[in-house]
Ligand binder design. Structure first.
Ligand code: UT7
Length: 335
């Protein structure tokens, strides 16, 4: 980055892409592993199946495919991409996976880095990238959300393993001096409630030599207090969206689509009810993919664009929420 290069004021949405692994884990199959049932999972979450990336498919591979699709929709020459941000909590390399995606894409003129904010990751990355564009530092950015939570789920814990799946989504955005389609945004975190959802460091003590101890690297499986996370989401998400409508002078009636982090269908319905947004405007693909963490929002947007649901100039209210705790919202106009 070399300071201000462009005199741009806003952001335009140019393309979307997504990728999910082939392996399908149905509710029925999970019930072979833990004491649960298709009926319980469907009724309590809305999920029927999820994708699991096996050998030979990791976050870098999924993120690459999603980015490639988004760049193709945008019709960009790969060499014109300036910035790649990968939102993930499950990088293939803890030092960062975004540069590997940059390399696979051949996007040699881009700077690429990871951003971690769990299920809010994509939203936070989109806002971060849009600020770079609005500040005039970069012209073209690809924002990716990709996660492989299957590697960190406790597959013996029926209270959490039923929720999660793997996948990736990406959005291509461009700076413009004609308009700004990131109409507004809000971001929040609350570390005090962080223990409700963790993928914690293991704290495995070891010694290098006598009296010099160190902690061996490694992570414990996901730990979740489902009820608390649920209560947090149905309370905070409507509040932050209402605040966003107020600061942008928009009302929920003007929203064409509500795209929430796909965590639980009951959360989606409850937030929609509190905002008086009718069910037909609330996009959901939870049934097929479950909660893919940072990937849910771009995966949902891409599907809705390719199915001709989201159209040019549609207004989308979106909100990500989850571990941290972290949450945020953005009001965008597609195009
Ligand atoms: O990105 C954010 C990620 N996290 C979330 O979004 C989590 C939000 N929370 C939730 O979605 C819900 O809390 C869950 C779906 C995780 C759980 O639903 P719930 O309605 O809150 O269930 P619960 O934890 O209150 O459990 C109710 C009962 C319990 O049995 P008892 O104690 O009433 O006899 C559980 O043991 O359901 C039992 N149970 C299950 N039964 C069958 C919990 N998990 C299962 C299961 N299958 N998979």
């Amino acid at each position: 980055m070399e300071g201000i290069k462009f005199n741009k004021i806003g952001v335009s949405f140019k393309g979307s892409g997504s990728y999910v692994p082939d392996q399908i884990l149905t509710n029925q199959k999970i019930s072979q592993k833990v004491d649960t049932s298709d009926e319980w999972i469907k009724t309590r979450t809305g999920i029927s199946e999820r994708r699991i990336s096996g050998l030979g498919c990791n976050v870098t591979d999924m993120g690459y495919e999603a980015a490639l699709n988004a760049i193709a929709m945008a019709n960009w020459d790969i060499k014109t991409v300036d910035l790649i941000i990968l939102a993930t909590s499950t990088p293939h390399d803890l030092f960062g996976s975004a540069p590997s995606i940059q390399h696979k894409l051949g996007a040699y003129n881009a700077v690429a880095f990871d951003l971690t904010a769990a299920c809010s990751g994509f939203l936070f990355a989109l806002i971060t990238a849009s600020q770079f564009l609005k500040g005039g530092s970069f012209k073209r950015a690809v924002v990716i959300g990709a996660d492989q939570l299957s590697s960190f789920v406790d597959w013996n814990d029926r209270r959490s393993c039923i929720l999660f799946g793997d996948g990736a989504g990406a959005i291509a955005i461009e700076a413009t001096n004609e308009f700004d389609n990131v109409i507004g945004f809000e971001m929040k975190t609350d570390g005090e409630r962080g223990s409700f959802l963790n993928l914690p460091f293991k704290n495995d003590k070891d010694s290098i030599i006598d009296n010099i101890d160190f902690l061996r690297g490694g992570f414990s499986p996901i730990q979740m207090n489902g009820q608390e996370v649920y209560k947090f989401a149905v309370k905070e998400v409507p509040i932050i969206l209402k605040k966003l409508f107020k600061t942008t002078n928009y009302s929920s009636e003007r929203v064409d689509w509500l795209v929430l982090h796909q965590a639980n269908q009951r959360i989606l319905d409850s937030v929609g009810d509190k905002l008086k947004i009718p069910r037909e405007k609330i996009l959901s693909n939870l049934e097929k993919y479950g909660n893919t963490s940072a990937a849910t929002i771009p995966l949902m947007i891409d599907e809705a664009i390719r199915n001709n649901k989201i159209k040019q100039h549609d207004i989308i209210a979106t909100s990500g929420f989850g571990a941290g705790l972290s949450w945020g919202a953005a009001l965008i106009k597609w195009g």
